[in-house]
Design a protein around this ligand. Sequence first.
Ligand code: UGA
Length: 451
Amino acid sequence: MRVSVIGTGYLGATHAAAMAELGFEVVGVDVDPAKVASLSAGVVPFFEPGLPDLLQKHLATGRLRFTTDLAEAVGGADIHFVCVGTPQSSSSSAANLEYVEGAVAAVARALTHDGLVVGKSTVPVGTAERLRVLLDALVPDGVSAELVWNPEFLREGRAVEDTLHPDRIVIGGASSAALETLSALYAAPLATGTPLIACDLPTAELVKVSANAFLATKISFINAIAELCEAAGADVTVLADALGHDARIGRRFLNAGLGFGGGCLPKDIRALTHRAGELGAPQIASLMRRVDEINMRQRERVVELAIAACGGSVLDSRIAVLGAAFKPDTDDVRDSPALSVAAALHLRGAQVAVYDPAAGETGRRTFPTLTFTDTMDAAVAGSDVVLVLTEWPEFIEASPAAIADLARGRTVIDARNCLDASAWGSAGWTVHALGRGTLAVPSDARSVVFA
Ligand code: UGA
């Protein structure tokens, strides 16, 4: 089976390399010549652990190549994966479907023989049915093509592992022939017991959107409880551990803090809200709106804490922001809660120095007016308050005593509940953690103590 993969971002580049790893001949297609040149040279144009090795391995085996020539790629393949982005529209909370429609139309026109078009992008329910009509209208005479939906559940930072060993494989709208083809394609993960769920098109589309909506709800739930924990003097991290022992609840995605960001959860819950409104399903729309509001509130809360730590105004204060990526193990800063907080403080007149082990470059491109440093030491030097906004191991493992030697103030805001509060307290720091309150107040603290 020869495979084409349309779109080589986080999803497409990983999928293409993973399909080569599973033994298929793969060609990745992108409209961006720089991206294609980079991938062809074995350089992944974003930070994704494990992907450079897999890419280089299969460029070498000859099973994987990249091109900007979609017609050539489609003409030489039998299965065509659509992996383009569906970002939030600039004028509403709906998903922008122009890339996915453009990709399906381009594949349809380029088909030279029968083929299977497999949508992997996250789309609002009902999109795939419309794409089927588009495909049917555009395929050349004498060629037959089937469109199915096979949503992707990979996490950035774990993309390779998630693609090669998925939790489940969902295939929507497939004929028995298409199901057989895809079962052969995914034979390796299926052989290790990965469940295959075959369903209709709308169910497949909605499984993906609902999964992200549920994860977002879990995070906003624990953040709402975190607010209550602080008011009541409880500790949200201990509470989450205790909740997590209930197998019906589970511990994952119960980390309270600055909340969710990235290229998926925020835009997916907004697209769901929008689509639910269109379809007349107001319950999920209002639930998602609330989840979104709670999430955004966490960013404001950290800004307020930083202002309080600087004595009520951040003017003339120097603030060290540790973390720019929306989570560790990525350089992705799309809708990054960390950068949102950094920018808000900068706009209030603070001197903000941001450091991130991987996302300095992407951060600089997104917020050119913010100052990014090349080391953690440079960011914390002379700072009045330190904010830990992304839980990178470098921050968790940092010596609080060494940072105290560099900083001017002694307050650290642990917005990800990732620091060892007693170690920081012993080094003279006042630690404010979301959902835990003030954790250590050394006698010589020069910082504001929170109620
Ligand atoms: C998310 C989903 O987890 C994937 O299953 C899905 O395939 C992907 O979106 C997608 O739709 O493409 P991702 O955006 O890579 O993956 O990031 P997550 O690991 O889900 O984290 C999202 C955000 O939630 C991050 O900002 C993270 O810091 C935050 N988070 C996560 C919390 O605030 N608390 C937690 O307990 C967990």
